[in-house]
Design a binder for this molecule. Structure first.
Ligand code: F6P
Length: 325
């Protein structure tokens, strides 16, 4: 068991549906295999300030279907400082925590990587983010639920868009990744998706205008990946200016995308990855994220998991184009 007797578990960064299922799987697998488990509240902030409770199998009862995270989450500023991490290490020692399971996205796993390197602490990551932007895993926990939530919203927007013969720019989350935008566009039958992985924003808009608006359709829906410089509002303004004859509206879906009961797919993914985290520790694995590729649970070194160039199938944009005639 590599001298590990107590495992600490935390959720960090933006919450995602399925995090609770992962907490449950980690806790029950660990206890079943003879470890003690401690729940660390409010992400790395809780590790720094000792917001920690012993977990039993009952601590995770009836949470598999709940959205959010029972452990709460935070984007810890303190943990980005050497002093904060030193304090976190002191707390770990005081609490007798020998290894950490961190459920979170890019920033959270970057933190885990630095911490593991600095203090030689065994850390295992689980990909918990709606953005699906962690490299090496086909899917991240929460992505499927969010995709379904977006599609449900866009279906509703389509009803009103059709009634009024409008063009809608619908902005979805994803930070710097267009997985949510691209695949929700496919699944909702949207006319286009504007994503960071494709050509420039201006080109993508031109392309849509060139082949979309001219057509005699009842309505048009463009899914736009959020961006600090040009979100849905930016595109809508441009179209309104250049084509005053069109009735244009914007809908920013916002944080409702992060809530809700996880889909069956996310629950299964979270459960497999959570149980895989304990297998990994027993295997002597260190500083890896547990992922899933071609239906197999795999270990991805943190350095790879946090790469920013997860491959995306840009052919789907062509498919979207072809289907929106
Ligand atoms: O990383 C998950 C995510 O929901 C992104 O899609 C989004 O950009 C960001 O978090 C929003 O963060 P916050 O909830 O802190 O505003």
């Amino acid at each position: 068991m590599n001298n590990i007797s107590t495992i600490g578990i935390l959720t960090s960064g933006g919450d995602s549906p399925g995090m609770n299922a992962a907490i449950r799987a980690v806790t029950r697998t660990a206890i079943g295999r003879g470890f003690r488990v401690k729940g660390i509240y409010r992400g790395y902030d809780g590790l720094i300030h000792g917001d920690i409770r012993e977990f039993t199998t009952e601590s995770v009862s009836s949470i598999i279907s709940r959205g959010g995270t029972i452990l709460k989450s935070a984007r810890s500023k303190e943990f980005t400082t050497p002093e904060g991490r030193q304090q976190a290490y002191e707390t770990m020692k005081k609490e007798g925590i020998d290894a950490l399971v961190v459920i979170g996205g890019n920033g959270s796993l970057t933190g885990a990587r630095i911490f593991a390197d600095e203090f030689n602490v065994p850390c295992i990551g689980l990909p918990g983010t709606i953005d699906n932007d962690l490299y090496g895993t086909d899917l991240t926990i929460g992505y499927d639920t969010t995709l379904n939530t977006i599609v449900e919203c866009v279906d509703k927007i389509r009803d009103t868009a059709n009634s009024h013969e409008r063009i809608f720019f619908v902005e979805v989350m994803g930070r710097d990744a267009g997985f949510l935008a691209q695949n929700s566009a496919i699944a909702s039958g949207a006319e286009a998706a504007i994503i960071p992985e494709d050509s420039t924003d201006a080109d993508q808009l031109e392309h849509f205008i060139g082949r979309g608006i001219r057509k005699s359709k009842n309505s048009s829906i463009v899914i736009v990946s959020e961006s600090p410089k040009c979100g849905a509002m930016f595109y809508a303004d441009r179209v309104k200016k250049e084509y005053p004859q069109y009735d244009v509206r914007v809908s920013i879906l916002g944080h409702l995308q992060r809530g809700g009961s996880p889909s069956a797919r996310d629950r299964i993914l979270a459960t497999r990855l959570g149980s895989g985290a304990i297998d990994a520790l027993l295997d002597g694995q260190r500083n890896v994220m547990i992922g899933i590729r071609n239906d197999k649970v795999i270990y991805i070194p943190f350095a790879d998991a946090i790469r920013s160039d997860k491959p995306m199938n840009l052919n789907l944009i062509k498919v979207l184009d072809e289907l929106s005639i």
